[in-house]
Write a protein that binds this ligand. Structure first.
Ligand SMILES: *Cc1c(COP(=O)(O)O)cnc(C)c1O
Length: 229
């Protein structure tokens, strides 16, 4: 099932690219494997999948040693500062930097380890009460401030769009974040790259690709519905 689902998602990404004249090689598919067993992850790896997303530090620490070194583990969930030290040497990219307090904690621990940690800034584009993230109108100032922290490197922006029945309802959210991404890119801030735009999940990744996503995070569409019991 996982193999077929992956093929379907990859095909849909290619079709979305074709609709807007993008090159599919610009898009990295992150298979969100939270709560899913190693057997399913192994099947995805056998089907050529390299990037996986998890929202819990403990789950990454547990799963990572079970798979080849070249597999990339993305931290996509809210990160508590007391878990920063454990996760930063293990994660390929932290998508969920949602406060200056957290950015500073990552910078401090990265300094101790002598590494530079690639991060994305999580933006709460729709200003949802229930969600973490920087407000869209504060994002540019936040990035400029984060750029002063020498042991982190801002690679781009991430958002979790609202849950909607119709993916079209999130198009404006994605296009707003893409515009912000371009605006920040144009500022050429030192120590800021702005090459990654992580947006789109199972229900709306095709729209996100059409609106400029460079990473999509797909869980249910690859591994099936999650059982949290
Ligand atoms: C769980 C999760 C996803 C994947 O959600 P699906 O709807 O299953 O594709 C993507 N991003 C984040 C941050 C998540 O927590």
């Amino acid at each position: 099932m996982v193999t077929e689902n992956l093929q379907t998602v990859r095909t849909k990404i290619c079709e979305a690219c074709a609709r807007v004249g993008r090159d599919p090689s610009e898009i990295t598919l992150i298979a969100v494997s939270k709560t899913k067993p190693n057997e399913m992850i192994a099947e995805a790896i056998a089907a050529g999948q390299v990037d996986f997303g998890e929202n819990k530090v403990q789950e990454i620490l547990k799963k990572k040693p079970e798979f080849p070194q070249n597999i990339r583990w993305h931290m996509i969930g809210h990160l508590q500062t007391n878990k920063v030290r454990q996760i930063i040497p293990q994660a390929a990219l932290i998508h969920s930097v949602d406060s200056m307090h957290l950015a500073q904690a990552i910078d401090r621990e990265a300094g101790k380890l002598g590494i530079q940690v690639p991060i994305l800034i999580e933006v709460n584009v729709a200003n949802e009460e229930s969600k973490y993230g920087i407000r869209l109108d504060e994002t540019s100032a936040f990035v400029e401030q984060a750029a002063n922290l020498p042991n982190i490197r801002v690679e781009g922006l991430m958002t979790i769009a609202p849950f909607v029945e119709n993916a079209e309802d999130n198009r404006e959210i994605f296009s707003k974040l893409y515009q912000e991404y371009l605006d920040i890119q144009a500022k050429n801030i030192d120590n800021v790259h702005m090459n990654v735009l992580s947006m789109g999940m199972t229900n709306d990744y095709e729209v996100a690709v059409e609106e400029g996503a460079t990473m999509v995070r797909v869980g249910t569409g690859i591994f099936g519905v999650r059982d949290y019991r």
